[in-house]
Ligand binder design. Structure first.
Ligand SMILES: Nc1ncnc2c1ncn2[C@@H]1O[C@H](COP(=O)(O)OP(=O)(O)O)[C@@H](O)[C@H]1O
Ligand code: SF4
Ligand SMILES: [Mg+2]
Length: 373
């Protein structure tokens, strides 16, 4: 199937369960996020087995049409996110994370083109939604927060007006009620309600990003896509915001697609982590499994590139070489040029995702060779 669709302006799309919509809380335990940070896989297993995924991405491919040919930035990716789940997506810059995030909300714009696959949201095909349904989907079901979003707040309108604009546009609500709702949204993200009258330049970067998250929460979405939401912030502010986000998540039960290059943060906050390389999903599994027992040489390289706070002082080993040029992809494994363990088969045949442990998959010929030897 080939779908071309036009991006709507704006880097924040706030949406949610909408007009009548309460957040639906699937009944997670108060301290479940803490438990998962301590590696309780029972929670993950139950998420895995819960009936319907909220979002089901099937064999999705997205190309950029360039003068030099098609650059396949998302290559046959299948992923699902369950209600209340946080799915982390990591990989070096240029591996296709943002392209995937935009495509999920059909917010990609030319030269990006969805060339294959399906995106099912609660069993509805996002790629065939008509404009009205798509608008509802974008604004009432899913919200997006991007790295640059905090810089996209309107400088000449107060924070309060920007929040209530979203409420008034999408809910049948009186101005006064919208204002009170705006105040309570600010409180929810740790900002004093008096800041409703502030302008963006009067707030710190951390506060602006909190405002953006408040806008993203305004309509009570079931899924929040966060693309490097805290990358521009310092570590202390990042942690504060993540803690608050997770308190909100436990309260309201939304799912998160969390994109970041920070695997250690991901190891703490995500239920599962997917690793992308050259547009492909090369590893997917429970967060701590992927973080502590990575199966793919690329994931191992990524993890070795990060310092640990608590572990022994080891020399950091980056990944040699550069990410592949999407216009000149090799036969076989895309990681072959940089892989310290490449062997002849890697240059001949593309590795497919295989099960390495329950719920844990990776795409590397070495794993198949090990299991067959
Ligand atoms: N407008 C564009 N035209 C051509 N190629 C693009 C365009 N935008 C992104 N790409 C390419 O798509 C690939 C994936 O980019 P992106 O999704 O932004 O990666 P990430 O978010 O992981 O850094 C990159 O190789 C990038 O160069
Ligand atoms: S398939 Fe081969 S080149 Fe690719 S990651 Fe595995 S060992 Fe390395
Ligand atoms: Mg990106």
């Amino acid at each position: 199937m080939t779908t071309r669709s036009q991006t709507e302006p704006g880097s924040v799309v706030a949406t949610s369960a909408g007009a009548n919509g309460a957040f639906n809380n699937p009944g997670r335990a108060e301290n479940k996020s803490e438990q998962k940070r301590d590696g309780q896989y029972g929670a993950i297993a139950s998420l895995q087995s819960s009936a319907e995924p909220l979002l089901d991405i099937r064999n999705l491919s997205v190309d950029y049409v360039t003068p030099n040919g098609f650059a396949r930035a998302v290559n046959n990716v299948s992923l699902s996110i369950r209600p209340g789940e946080t799915l982390g997506l990591a990989g070096e810059s240029g591996c296709g994370k943002s392209t995937l995030a935009f495509a999920v909300a059909r917010l990609h714009k030319p030269p990006a083109l969805i060339s294959e696959g399906q995106i099912l949201y609660q069993n509805r095909d996002v790629l065939t939604m008509k404009p009205r349904e798509l608008r509802r989907f974008r604004w009432n079901e899913v919200s997006l927060v991007f790295q640059s979003a905090m810089n996209s707040l309107n400088p000449v309108i107060t924070i309060g007006e920007q929040i209530i604009d979203v409420l008034l546009a999408h809910q049948k609500i009186r101005y006064d009620d919208a204002w009170s709702r705006g105040e309570s949204l600010l409180k929810t993200v740790g900002i004093h309600p008096s800041r409703m009258s502030s302008f963006a330049h009067q707030l710190s970067g951390g506060m602006r990003q909190r405002v953006v998250i408040a806008i993203a929460l305004a309509l009570q979405p079931k899924l929040i896509i966060m693309d490097e939401p805290t990358t521009a912030l310092d570590v202390v502010v990042e942690r504060e915001i993540m803690d608050e986000l997770y308190q909100l998540k436990d309260r309201f039960g939304f799912s998160i697609l969390f994109i970041s290059h920070d695997l250690s943060l991901m190891g703490e906050i995500a239920d599962r982590i997917g690793i992308m390389y050259g547009g492909k999903l090369v590893e997917l599994g429970p967060a701590r499994e992927v973080f502590y027992h990575p199966s793919h040489p690329y994931t191992q390289g990524l993890i070795n590139s990060f310092p640990t706070i608590h572990g022994p002082k080891d020399r950091l080993h980056g990944i040699a070489g550069n990410p592949i040029n999407l216009l000149e992809t090799p036969t076989g494994c895309y990681f072959q040029e940089r892989c310290p363990r490449a062997f002849p088969l890697c240059h001949q045949r593309e590795p497919e995702l295989i099960q390495v442990k329950p719920l844990h998959q990776a795409a590397c010929h070495e794993l198949t060779e090990e299991s067959s030897s």
